[in-house]
Design a protein around this ligand. Sequence first.
Ligand code: ADP
Ligand code: MG
Length: 270
Amino acid sequence: MDPPLLEVTNLSWSVVNTAILHDINFAIKPGQFIGLLGPNGAGKSSLLRCLYRYTKPGCGEVIFAGKNIWQLSADEYAKQVAVVLQETPSQFNLSLYDVVSLGLTPHKSLFSSTTKKDQQIIFQAIEQVGLSHHLQQSFDSLSGGEKQRALIARSIVQSPQLLIMDEPTSHLDIKYQIQLMELAKSLNVTVLASFHDLNLAASMCDGLLVLKQGRLVASGSPEQVITEKMLSEVFGVCAEVSPHPQSQQLHKVVPRITYFYGYEAGVNHV
Ligand code: ADP
Ligand code: MG
């Protein structure tokens, strides 16, 4: 069996005496596409920040490819882990090409210039995300969906082992949400990403992690995790879970959630 690429053990994190993350344990195998779910404020972004080495947890360890991430240098870690965040900071008039080329930074020494081969990698990544027409457009003037795809292109150039994304689909229309998920899947890297759309996560992810008030309350395959009980207890909604009509074609059970309206889970019963 493959050893995990990422392993989180007994991770807890507090801010000024307020516990935000409690004793979190899970492991991700190489090649898996894992969705992180949970209501607003559950701790998804806080957990991801501990994993991309922005926040140091108060307790516990994050092990990447057998090593504690805090024992790796920031550069070493950046070569192997790419991050796409929900809020895209202004890139001060950098062109799309320039932003994507930043993916090379962890692999370059300070004054080394971009080679022909580097340029090829950058063009290829931009083509892969379907943005070749926008090459010289300023990053800030791209639409939300184009920006997210540009950041994925930057990650492709970075060629990480692990791609961490915090709500990458939140500002996108449904077509681009599906497209972005399929693109991320096609990269053949290990992915851990937080999502709000439970149906999309259930259909695209190999495994799901569910946070509630800073605790990991469910993990496993979408079929194991997406249950009416979980939706009621964690998200406070009343819903029916049935197999997605494409399940047979996809050779796996894809849960499909149908929400009921006008009911508060645990108060009214359908
Ligand atoms: P999610 O991404 O699931 O919506 P967050 O991780 O952003 O949740 O937040 C989880 C909780 O931790 C929230 O109550 C938030 O206010 C709190 N929190 C996160 N970061 C900090 C911080 N730096 N200082 C104080 N509270 C924080
Ligand atoms: Mg968040």
